[in-house]
Design a protein around this ligand. Structure first.
Ligand SMILES: Cc1ncc(COP(=O)(O)O)c(C=O)c1O
Length: 376
């Protein structure tokens, strides 16, 4: 690591080979037909929007973003894959959406009309490509199956917008055997069949998120959208053996910024929530909740230094936190692993998210851009 010029004393390391391997395993698993959309919304689940897309563009068919801004950043960075904006759009964005050649999600007749009318007003040279979102039970966005046929007809009769996809999203795929999964599945699949959409090669039908990709091949259809799985995590405990090579590629590391010895009974950090039980060596680590290392980890997690775990002590601050290394040695400039592996010891994303009473998604997305992403 010493040959890498780190401009910042804390950083996120992305194992590029592992990220690519994850996508190759998924690609092999889904077989030849379905296309692969990699969700890169929310800074590519914290991995870094642009570098993640740049390092995977040859392995995926589509990228999925949440909003115009994320799509525009990818285009400005030279990404040419089709990009689907999965979140809602508004009228003022239509020109930029077209200019950046972004495909748009339509969730209502109102939005379809708005998009068509705005496109006509600004005289776009080509129709905007749209994916219709069907709400099969998530009750977030998407139109009900009963209202969708009228919207499909509207889009098909309008030369300013072109129907290229139709999709839905699972609410309970992360819970094995949840009966609602089958209900949703039936609702969407029956809708597609009833309207002959599965046979229509001009329209991509897509449905499967990570858990559905792994455990419900009947939902793979024309395209899959695995986010968490692509980044090496799995929301359940029943990952099929063909996917076992999938591993996380995300590590959080920092260089020790300060060292001091404290006496028995002395408190550490705000509120003195930790008091030394004996004379101890305390290291300061230069990242905190201002970077995404959650305050809930105060006195609850560890870091790894030279293959050994040491406890995080005292309250995590905005920009730094402290570690008690007892009588062991640690020096300013030493690299500690905060999430990831070092010399056979590991701190997993799941351990961190469990400690924070949340899910890996939220921890990943919570690491902001103050920490540089280093693609190794
Ligand atoms: C519409 C849509 N598709 C796919 C995904 C990917 O989900 P997951 O990361 O669980 O695979 C998401 C994530 O929130 C989503 O909103």
């Amino acid at each position: 690591m010493d040959n890498v010029p780190y401009a910042h004393p804390a950083w996120i390391e992305i194992d590029t080979a592992q990220l690519r391997k994850n996508l190759q395993i998924i690609r092999q698993y889904i077989g030849k037909h379905p296309k692969l959309l990699l969700p890169v919304k929310a800074n590519a689940y914290g991995h870094g929007l642009v570098p993640t897309a740049q390092h995977t563009a040859d392995l995926v068919d589509y990228f999925g973003v949440s909003c115009l801004q994320e799509g525009a950043i990818l285009r400005e960075a030279g990404i040419v894959n089709p990009i689907l904006v999965m979140g809602a759009i508004h009228a003022e964005q239509v020109h930029a959406l077209a200019q950046y050649n972004l495909e748009v999600t339509i969730s209502s007749l109102y939005k379809a009309k708005l998009l068509a009318e705005k496109s006509e007003q600004i005289h776009l040279s080509a129709p905007i490509k749209v994916h219709l979102e069907i709400d099969s039970g998530m009750n977030r966005t998407g139109m009900r199956v009963s209202t969708a046929p009228a919207v499909i007809e509207y889009i098909r009769n309008n030369s300013c917008i072109e129907l290229v996809g139709i999709y839905s999203h699972f609410a309970t795929a992360a819970t094995p055997d949840d009966p609602f999964f089958n209900e949703q599945s039936e609702t969407f699949l029956q809708f597609l069949q009833h309207h002959n959409l599965t046979d229509d090669s001009s329209v991509l039908c897509h449905f499967a998120n990570s858990a559905a990709v792994a455990c419900h091949p009947e939902t793979h259809l024309d395209m899959v959208r695995p986010g968490l799985l692509s980044y090496g995590y799995y929301p359940r405990n029943d990952l099929p053996s063909d996917l076992h090579g999938i591993q996380p590629c995300f590590a959080v590391k920092a260089r020790v910024s300060y060292f001091k010895t404290i006496m028995v009974g002395h408190g550490v950090s705000y509120n003195h929530s930790y008091k030394a039980k004996k004379q101890s060596r305390i290291l300061t680590i230069p990242l905190g909740y201002g970077d995404g290392y959650r305050r809930a980890l105060s006195n609850k997690s560890t870091v790894i230094l030279k293959g050994k775990h040491y406890p995080v002590v005292g309250d995590v601050c905005m920009d730094q936190f402290m570690v008690d290394i007892g009588d062991d040695s640690g020096y300013v400039g030493d690299v500690v692993t905060i999430i990831g592996e070092d010399n056979g010891a590991s701190i997993t994303m799941e351990q961190i998210s469990d400690t924070c009473d949340t899910i890996p998604y939220e921890i990943l997305c919570g690491f902001n851009d103050r920490l540089p992403r280093i693609f190794t």
